[in-house]
Design a protein around this ligand. Structure first.
Ligand SMILES: Cc1ncc(C[n+]2csc(CCOP(=O)(O)OP(=O)(O)O)c2C)c(N)n1
Ligand SMILES: [Mg+2]
Length: 347
């Protein structure tokens, strides 16, 4: 089976054809820098003993996460996972609230009720992940079903890892979405490892996107280190879903550039593989492309990098000032009561 493999976006004409202007390009770069900056500072907070539990990052996946989120519409929804910080950043979760979340403070999106990247801001269309993978996938399919029933022109984007895509709930979700041609886009973050399990022990197809044909919809493989190619494919899939064309499965290929989490040094990943993918670092690649095409000059770059540095510095300070929740209130906001739901059948 030969699923479509996405072409790279190389020229400024192709960028224009994809509907992006120079400001958009700089915004994508900025969001990638913020994403990496948040996670790098998170590492430091962890080493300072300020983050409870473990600590997860998506290093190497910044371009993919930002690329997909840039393609989403304001009323679309998504269920980003532990590698998709760029989605939260792009949709407007303020960095100081993310640092507050890391440290279990009152001003994090979960107000200190949950830890780490188990966060979402429903006002921005982001729904909080649970640990069980890929349990968010049927949730996104459910949201897409609701959009269809209510005749709303909205799309749900569901993320899962290539390891998680082997589980039953991924199959059930994709099958149901295919049967009802639901407005949902599945993004498999294929970072080649599921904890210490390499791809060849995870699946026997050549590309995970090959599976889309079995569910009756399109699949595409895209280089996840190329934010513009990801953007173009995500935009195409999202608008197709919005127009009633049904789901798409996007397989975004990267390498997980760190251990599974901070406690894991990834000794089982061959050094050469890290070296090879380090040369394809999404931020460095995009930066060179922006410079080479004249989209980002010295002054632009200085403005973007200095702005990101200042933003994150202030964000850290503000998060440190956020209080820990009052223990007497820890169950507040954790359980919804029927009258808080907008679904009539729960009343
Ligand atoms: C149902 C379930 N089984 C096991 C785990 C423990 N676990 C957390 S992440 C992970 C690996 C997931 O790999 P993949 O889906 O490829 O995502 P990645 O971490 O590589 O982004 C495992 C086994 C879990 N969270 N949920
Ligand atoms: Mg993986």
């Amino acid at each position: 089976m030969a699923v479509r493999e996405a072409e790279p976006v190389e020229t400024l004409q192709q960028v224009k054809d994809a509907g992006l202007d120079r400001e958009d390009l700089l915004e994508i770069y900025r969001n990638m820098l913020i994403t990496r900056g948040i996670e790098e500072r998170g590492h430091i907070l962890y080493k300072q003993g300020k983050i409870p539990g473990s600590f997860y990052t998506g290093r190497g996946n910044e371009g993919s996460a930002v690329g997909v989120a840039t393609a989403m519409g304001p009323n679309d929804v998504g269920t980003p996972l532990q590698r998709d910080m760029g989605v939260h950043v792009t949709r407007g979760v303020e960095p100081w609230r993310i640092f507050a979340q890391y440290m279990g403070r009152e001003d994090g999106p979960t107000r200190g009720r949950d830890g780490n990247v188990h966060m979402g801001d429903a006002r921005l269309g982001l729904h909080t992940m649970v640990s069980h993978l890929p349990a968010m996938l049927p949730v996104a399919v459910g949201m897409a079903l609701a959009f269809k029933i209510r005749d709303e022109r909205r799309v749900a984007v569901a993320w899962c890892g290539e390891g998680a895509s082997a589980r039953g709930d991924a199959h059930e979700g994709m099958n149901l979405a295919g049967v009802h041609r639901l407005p949902v886009v599945f993004v498999i973050d294929n970072n080649q490892w599921a904890y210490s399990t390499p791809s060849h022990l995870e699946y026997a197809v050549e590309h995970l996107a090959d599976r889309a044909a079995a569910y009756g919809f399109d699949g595409v493989v895209v280089d996840g280190t190329d934010p513009l190619a990801v953007y173009r494919e995500a935009k195409r899939a999202i608008e197709k879903a919005r127009e009633g064309g049904g789901p798409t499965l996007i397989e975004s290929v990267t390498l997980r550039m760190e251990g599974h989490a901070v406690h894991d040094d990834a000794f089982y990943v061959p050094k050469e593989l890290f070296e090879e993918w380090a040369r394809r670092d999404p931020i460095e690649r995009f930066r060179s492309w922006l410079r080479d095409t004249g989209s980002m000059g010295d002054a632009d770059e200085e403005e973007v990098t200095a702005g990101v540095k200042r933003l994150l510095h202030e964000a850290l300070q503000r998060a440190e000032e956020s209080p820990v929740p009052d223990p007497a209130t820890v169950t507040d906001g954790v359980f919804a009561t029927p009258d808080e739901l907008e679904t009539p059948h729960h009343r």
